[in-house]
Write a protein of this length. Structure first.
Length: 414
């Protein structure tokens, strides 16, 4: 055990304690307001629906606590517990090129950790989501999705990891600059390819058939100067009762996607307002801003890794005797979360700011009242709590709390 071991354990304990404290605050606040619907929502959300949302929030939160505890235990098991050393030793016995040995160590470790957390995913889907009426998945579909996701991770992630490890090994001191450029190029390529080649592997996307709604949407797109490759309805009800809408892709490959559950539950006016909000993210360049922020954080992270990978105490402090590029990259990926805990509220703050800006844009392109009614329906049908703890939501929520967001839109409407 060296000084970095103590730093790592302190960071892990601190992040766990902060998350536990925030979760306790959230539970207490939601419970305290469970038996009374906030005044702004009483005309549209029944007490029974409000209590369902509170119970759903508590159930997910308690499972989240278990998930965090298991995640921390697995992190300790694979680092200080010798798990990575064991996996690395097994791969080295295969006597294959070093780069592919490294790829094998990284992918097998990540897949094994995912498998060990699989029971929680099963419980989340087939117990919690089922209990609250959201699950429409089947065991067969669940397993199929899992196998397909794993196959894609290996097929796409394997060659990418091999290229990064080759750069780390052969470029020299500033390898991280080229690695960063490769990762950014890959991210752009994946964003472009996702709607056409990857998403259809999991869901069916059908062109929007409602001609009246299509004409309204096309008129909105023309007003906003947004060019898309189509308006599609996704069979989200195949797996879940939750509804959503989004646009995806880059350049000429952009698509607008509505969940079928959303199309069924919202009026044309409300759907137009929801889409106007999504277009607000595009017009206000939120996607570009977040990409730039993500690219900056990635560059700084890779530069830090470039420094750490030459320090023996980095490996030894995490219980890994197999010093090398692959183990350095794997360790950095695994321990980043506890060390970056306090980036979460900063990122969440800007995400909420973007949501307000997108709402403002939507209020200018459609009626604010339509967006309000759409959001209220989504809160009710997705069982989203209307009364989150202010500190918990400031730390974790990418969207403004319901009451604050509705009040902001109501001010626009008036």
């Amino acid at each position: 055990m060296n000084a970095f071991t103590l730093i790592f354990l302190f960071a892990l304990a601190l992040s766990f304690a902060v998350e536990f404290w925030l979760a306790r605050r959230q539970f207490a606040h939601v419970l305290a307001h469970r038996d009374q619907v906030p005044e702004a929502f009483r005309a549209n959300i029944a007490l029974e629906a409000h209590q369902k949302a509170a119970d759903y929030t508590l159930a997910k939160g308690k499972l989240g606590e278990i998930d965090r505890a298991i995640g921390a235990a697995l992190l300790l098991l694979f680092t200080l517990g010798g798990g990575i050393d064991l996996i690395a030793g097994l791969w080295q016995k295969l006597d294959i090129p070093a780069i592919w040995t490294g790829v094998g160590v990284i992918l097998s470790t990540l897949i094994l950790m995912q498998l060990l957390e699989l029971p929680l995913a099963v419980y989340r889907t087939f117990v919690i989501e089922q209990r609250f009426g959201f699950n429409r998945n089947t065991p067969r579909q669940f397993v199929t999705d899992l196998l397909l996701q794993s196959a894609l991770s290996v097929a796409i992630g394997g060659p990418l990891l091999a290229l990064i490890l080759w750069v780390m090994d052969g470029v020299g001191t500033y390898w991280w600059v080229l690695a960063w450029a490769i990762l950014q190029g890959f991210s752009v390529l994946l964003s472009w390819a996702y709607p056409t080649f990857i998403a259809p592997l999991f869901n069916k996307f059908s062109p929007l058939e409602d001609q009246t709604l299509r004409q309204r949407i096309e008129a909105l797109l023309a007003r906003c100067g947004f060019h898309s490759k189509g308006i599609f309805v996704m069979d989200g009800s195949r797996r879940s009762g939750h509804g959503n809408a989004y646009f995806t892709g880059l350049g000429s490959n952009k698509r607008i996607v509505f969940f079928d559950t959303l199309v069924e539950s919202l009026s044309h006016d409300e759907l137009e307002a929801v889409l106007a909000h999504e277009l607000g993210h595009f017009k206000r360049k939120h996607v570009l801003k977040m990409l730039i922020a993500s690219a900056t954080i990635t560059l700084l992270g890779l530069a830090l890794l470039g420094w750490l990978m030459g320090k023996a105490w980095f490996y030894d402090g995490l219980g890994v005797s197999a010093h090398g590029n692959a183990t350095a990259l794997l360790l950095f990926m695994l321990i980043s979360s506890p060390f970056t805990l306090f980036l979460q509220p900063v990122i969440a703050y800007f995400q909420r700011k973007h949501e307000f800006e997108a709402d403002d844009f939507a209020a200018a392109q459609a009626r604010p009242g339509d967006l309000i009614s759409a959001l209220v329906k989504l809160y009710r049908e997705n069982a989203s709590t209307l009364t989150p703890d202010p500190l918990y939501s400031a730390f974790h929520y990418s969207h403004p709390p319901a009451a604050i967001r509705i009040a902001h839109l109501a001010a626009k409407a008036s």
